[in-house]
Design a protein around this ligand. Structure first.
Ligand code: SAM
Ligand code: SF4
Length: 459
């Protein structure tokens, strides 16, 4: 049976649109018990438009996020290594026939240089990104790039977790990716709607819907526990996509005992040489976008939600409260972008948030969230089922907040500007004052070690 059942989705969309206030409140009450939601319940929440109920939906999402993850926001930077691509995705600047983009695959030395710059800014996690075509050595290029990222050592630090967003691989390639010590493997279906998928993917291997939708299965079969999925919002009705995401998640849970580690929610942004990117066929309004983030938080409470710099600072800020747990900052989407700056004629799409990392961190801290550079779970083996066993009962935050504080303190000492240091010191003091006893003791123990000059302190 296919992973995505469009008839079921269409049927639920028809019946779910008629929910009354008491039914919506019942669904919200269930979500607050952290058990997640069924597709029909998700459809009920998608039908909400009354401002009072919308407010209750947003409050519930915030409560679930804080219950499971605490107040931390994990930071990462994308690392675009190549914009070569054989595919013809109509929304993307890297598509093969696009003459508006100058092609470039970084050499390993250039990748190392980019990593030096990211480390120098304070980053500890990168998301390696590439188009679907590699220089002569083929897929080995990606493996070498990961090795290069981990090998860079600077007096200021190192990258401690490499995630990757690269085209679907074979089982054997996924095994090699796993052996390269990958953190999360990400692949977005873009649209789960078969007809739309065919209409926007005109050439190359990516035309094969099934090959892509089954990529998470192959990754998990190969032993990669943390897999990230996502939708490129703007291609098809967002309500359809959210229900399809639910089907995909249930499929992974049924077959592997765990769902995806993260969900990404990119919206189409303008891209050089792409008319579709500037005129999305089914644009998602800001109101609907906030709503869909909140609904996902309630529906799959234990799954991380990633917000990239495609969105502008204001919208990003609002979604932190609605359930986002990871954000990128100071990003470039052109290969070589950290050394050379943003270059439209090499970038994948335009950014909505151009602020440097230090400024984003200061902003996040002043809003009361703890910027976190934690990579503990992955390195201590808390991945896949082990992670979910802690995340599901809401126990993961016992580690998350202390680790967020210790890695944030490390950032403040090693990299931050004086203003950010000041905002950060206040946030750390306020957070400690609010923590329950045992968690505070743990956090204070870690902070003492960092303040004594120790690096990479976590529990
Ligand atoms: N090439 C690989 C693939 O397509 O799976 C991996 C990397 S691709 C560069 C990363 C993601 O960028 C895509 O999966 C798509 O969701 C997103 N993307 C492409 N064009 C975009 C645009 N114009 N605006 C926003 N996101 C876009
Ligand atoms: Fe290539 Fe990925 Fe862009 Fe499609 S989205 S054109 S596969 S880089």
């Amino acid at each position: 049976m296919s992973i995505i059942d469009e008839q079921q989705i269409d049927a639920i969309l028809v019946t779910g649109g008629r929910a009354d206030a008491s039914h919506v409140r019942e669904v919200l009450a269930k979500a607050l018990r952290l058990k997640g939601l069924e597709m029909a319940e998700v459809a009920v929440l998608m039908s909400v438009s009354d401002p009072e109920l919308m407010g209750e939906l947003f409050t519930a999402a915030r409560q679930v996020k804080e219950n499971i993850y605490g107040r931390r926001l994990v930071l990462f930077a994308p690392l675009y290594v190549s914009n070569l691509c054989h595919n013809e995705c109509l929304y993307c600047a890297f598509r093969a026939r696009n003459k508006a983009v100058k092609r470039r695959a970084l050499t390993q030395a250039e990748i190392a240089q980019e990593v030096q710059l990211l480390v120098g800014l304070g980053h500890k996690r990168v998301l390696l990104v590439a188009g679907e075509s590699y220089p002569q050595e083929g897929f080995k290029y990606v493996l070498k790039a990961i090795e290069t990222v981990y090998s860079v050592r600077s007096s200021q630090g190192e990258i401690r977790r490499v995630n990757a967003n690269v085209a679907p691989l074979t089982l054997d390639e996924f095994k090699q990716l796993k052996a390269s010590k990958i953190g999360t493997y990400q692949v977005f279906q873009e649209t789960y709607h078969h007809a739309t998928y065919q209409a926007v993917h005109l050439g190359g291997k990516k035309r094969d819907y099934d090959w892509r939708v089954t990529a998470p299965d192959r990754a998990m079969t190969a032993g990669i526990d943390d897999v990230g999925i996502g939708v490129l919002f703007g291609l098809c009705d967002w309500r359809f996509e959210v229900l399809a995401l639910m089907q995909h998640i249930r499929h992974l849970e049924q077959h592997f005992g765990i769902g995806p580690h993260t969900i990404s929610v990119p919206r189409l942004e303008p891209a050089a040489g792409s008319d579709m990117a500037s005129h999305p066929p089914k644009p998602v309004s800001d109101v609907d976008f906030r709503k869909l983030v909140a609904i996902l938080r309630l529906a799959v409470p234990y799954t991380g939600i990633i917000m990239s710099t495609r969105e502008n600072p204001n919208l990003r800020r609002e979604t932190f409260a609605l359930g986002v747990s990871q954000i990128s900052a100071g990003s470039r989407t052109n290969p070589g972008g950290y050394a050379e700056g943003e270059k439209e004629d090499k970038s994948q799409f335009s950014l909505g948030d151009h602020r440097p990392l230090d400024e984003v961190i200061r902003d996040v801290a002043s809003l009361g969230y703890i910027p976190s550079f934690c990579t503990a779970c992955y390195r201590l083996g808390r991945t896949g089922e082990n992670f979910m066993d802690l995340a599901k009962p809401g126990e993961i935050k016992l580690f998350c907040d202390p680790n967020a504080l210790s890695t944030f303190e490390e950032y403040l000492r090693d990299y931050a500007s004086p203003e950010t240091r000041q905002a950060g010191a206040k946030l750390i003091a306020d957070t400690l004052a609010d923590m329950p006893g045992p968690q505070r003791q743990l956090a204070e123990k870690l902070l003492t070690q960092v303040r004594a000059g120790k690096h990479d302190v976590c529990c």
